[in-house]
Design a protein around this ligand. Structure first.
Ligand code: ATP
Length: 273
């Protein structure tokens, strides 16, 4: 995800109006909002409120956005870390940062902890040989499991995690009482792409003839992040041409650039996989 988020537990200003499409995921996230806002409704009947929710979907489909909107809608502080940060740290640092994060989130409960790219720390153990083993990653993962098990289900802290590689996750993370709720975010269909363009042109100055439907037709397979990118790139292109408003041709040119960027990126990324 592109948003660098706070470890200080700031309030999120993002809400469901910032998210287009993803209707089913929103319904499930709404339920989590209710767990945070009205816990007694559930605990009164003896229910245990889920502790961990896994957001699963391809890159750029709005997992980080959804987590921030959840915190925004519930009006609770948002604490976060990114799994990839820990892989290159000195031994012990990752685990202590995890401990610290949970401690602060509990002090501020009700609150949300968001762990982006959890697969970076939560990759299945045992599949690596000694040569590739990453002690820091393992100790971070172990600390995460300890923290998840260490707080009761009704403490008002809900931990969200995001991944686009659920297949490589350590099964221990998905056990009951840990990340046992899974919410899927899919790439948008054409109608949803129209709606996502709608969200991202809100702040832009557009020429009258801009046709979002055509843009959505021209971008099959694009994620919400790609569309956000196109909209901003189109504004930059129009500004560079000293236009007073952004025209359809600027969006088309922006789309070409985003496609070019994606192609370059996949060339760089694919040999590693
Ligand atoms: P990654 O897997 O790369 O971490 P992600 O799934 O966390 O990605 P986000 O970081 O949430 O994706 O999305 C990046 C940006 O794309 C968002 O900040 C937002 O601008 C835009 N975006 C993604 N999905 C949507 C959506 N459904 N509606 C509106 N905007 C979206």
């Amino acid at each position: 995800a592109t948003i660098r988020v706070s470890e200080k537990g700031q309030k999120s200003h993002i809400n469901f109006n910032d998210i287009a499409g993803l209707k089913e995921a929103k319904v499930e996230v709404m339920e989590v909002v209710d767990f945070l806002k009205n816990p007694e409704k559930y605990t009164k009947l003896g229910a245990k409120i889920p502790k961990g929710v896994m957001l699963i979907g391809p890159p750029g489909t709005g997992k980080t956005l959804m987590a921030k909107a959840l915190a925004g809608e519930a009006g609770v502080p948002f604490f976060s870390m990114s799994g990839s940060e820990f892989v290159e740290m000195f031994v012990g640092v990752g685990a202590s940062r995890v401990r610290d994060l949970f401690k602060r989130a509990k002090e501020k409960a009700p609150s949300i902890i968001f762990i982006d790219e959890i697969d970076a720390v939560g990759r299945s153990r045992g599949k690596v040989n000694a040569f590739q083993a990453n002690d820091e990653r393992e100790s971070t993962l172990n600390q995460l499991l300890t923290e998840l098990d260490g707080f009761g289900p009704n403490t008002g802290v809900i931990v969200l995690a995001a991944t686009n590689r659920p297949d490589i996750l350590d099964r221990a993370l998905l056990r009951p009482g840990r990340f046992d709720r899974h919410i899927y975010l899919e790439l948008p269909n054409k109608q949803e792409r129209i709606e996502i363009f709608g969200v991202h042109i809100r702040g832009l100055k557009l020429a009258k003839k801009v046709n979002i439907e055509e843009l959505a037709t021209l971008s099959p397979g694009f994620s919400g992040a790609d569309i956000a990118n196109i909209c901003n790139e189109a504004a930059l292109i129009a500004a560079r041409k000293k236009k007073k408003a952004i025209e359809q041709e600027d969006f088309i040119e922006a789309r070409e650039r985003v496609v070019g960027g994606l192609e370059r990126k996949s060339k760089i990324i694919s040999p590693k996989e």
